[in-house]
Ligand binder design. Structure first.
Ligand code: NAD
Length: 336
């Protein structure tokens, strides 16, 4: 749907009146910008980094709206008793202590659908750029175009086996973009969701790693998936295979990845997300060969930005007014 067509509200404008929303500092251009579209809502900007500040600055707020700002247990417990709902403007829930929200009776709503096409296409773009060695070839031209171009090793696209770990919304969209483009798409997901046409199951991660020219991660960061890409995982990849991660930095042991890239065991990496963001200049990944880095922006488009802002606001207001949600997922149902 065209962006301008989408800019009509799913809740009656009057419903917005008098709902007080405390927004994490800096998100969506701040209260002034958001207020241009949602004039009835009372918006305020809040520093989410400090639980003490949060306690005071959320007094009277119905909604707290965050993107990637962490809401650990101390932050959640510090929220004023008026706060009934946390609107996570995004997908990943690793930044919010859901147990603390449940214990406090606060509802948590996230937005899994706002940027699926964008994230999947970012993964595919990284895969294609790495596979065609575009970073090295661009540098080669700029550095004088002398001697042999850094072309090798390079398979044809339709020879590639791509292994997707995680076949939820984004993994599935990535699979749909890749089938018909690459040789084979295989996937591993312990939940075994319905398989998109043209995709095959791998029985486990080991068998996926043993035959994939490219491995792309599409799993949430949870205690079970923290550092799942460790030295053993990287050693089990085919020599020279590529790794793409547009999910969460914490899935990858970055030191082990840097070593594998330096040794050539991993032939290249496309990374949108990092254990620490912004990625420190001292990170070994900065100098790793055949590595493309982007600043946690895989979900970005003007449409997804509008969706994320408007859907989060509409759903949280709608929850406060009627305990219903139009766009997102209710992750925790609170009794406040
Ligand atoms: P989803 O919940 O729809 O799918 C996740 C899938 O991973 C599920 O099917 C689940 O069964 C599977 N899974 C869980 N543990 C697994 C494991 N150990 N091995 C294999 N599969 C496993 O989530 P989604 O909407 O597809 O999003 C995936 C992740 O993408 C999010 O959790 C988020 O961290 C990340 N994300 C990143 C950006 C970005 O800007 N870079 C934007 C949106 C989402």
């Amino acid at each position: 749907m065209a962006l301008e067509q989408e800019k009509s509200l799913a809740v009656p404008a009057a419903a917005l009146d008098d709902v007080v929303v405390a927004m994490a500092e800096g998100i969506f251009g701040g209260p002034g910008e958001v207020g241009r579209h949602f004039s009835g809502v009372q918006l305020r900007s809040v520093d989410m980094s400090d639980p003490v500040l949060l306690a005071d600055s959320t007094i009277g707020a119905d909604v707290v709206m965050v993107t990637l700002q962490p809401l650990r247990a101390a932050h959640v417990r510090a929220l004023a008793p008026s706060v009934r709902v946390i609107g996570r403007a995004g997908v990943g829930l690793d930044t919010i202590d859901l147990d603390a929200a449940k214990a406090a009776g606060i509802t948590v709503i996230n937005q899994p659908a706002y940027g699926v096409t964008e994230v999947a296409s970012h993964a595919v773009a990284m895969l294609l750029a790495l596979q065609r060695r575009l970073g090295s070839l661009d540098a080669f031209v700029r550095e004088g175009w002398t001697g042999p171009a850094p072309l090798s090793p390079m398979k044809a696209l339709d020879e590639l086996v791509v292994g997707l770990i995680g076949l939820g919304r984004i993994g599935r969209a990535t699979a749909q973009m890749l089938t018909g483009m690459v040789g084979r798409v295989i996937a591993y997901d312990p939940a075994f969701p319905p398989l998109p046409h043209g995709v095959e199951w791998a029985s486990d991660i080991g068998s996926l790693l043993g035959c994939s020219d490219v491995v792309s991660l599409h799993v949430p960061l949870m205690p079970e998936t923290q550092s799942m890409v460790d030295a053993g995982f990287l050693a089990a990849m085919m020599p020279g295979a590529l790794l793409v991660n547009v999910s969460r930095g914490g899935l990858v042991d970055e030191d082990a990845l840097a070593s594998a890239l330096e040794s050539g065991q991993v032939g290249g990496a496309g990374l949108d997300v990092f254990g620490v963001e912004p990625l420190p200049l001292s990170s070994r990944l900065m100098d790793a060969p055949n590595t493309l880095l982007s600043p946690h922006c895989a979900a970005y488009s003007e449409r997804s930005t509008w969706r994320l802002m408007s859907w989060t606001l509409e759903d949280t207001v709608s929850w406060v007014r009627w305990r219903t949600v139009e766009h997102g997922n209710i992750v925790v149902v609170g009794d406040r």
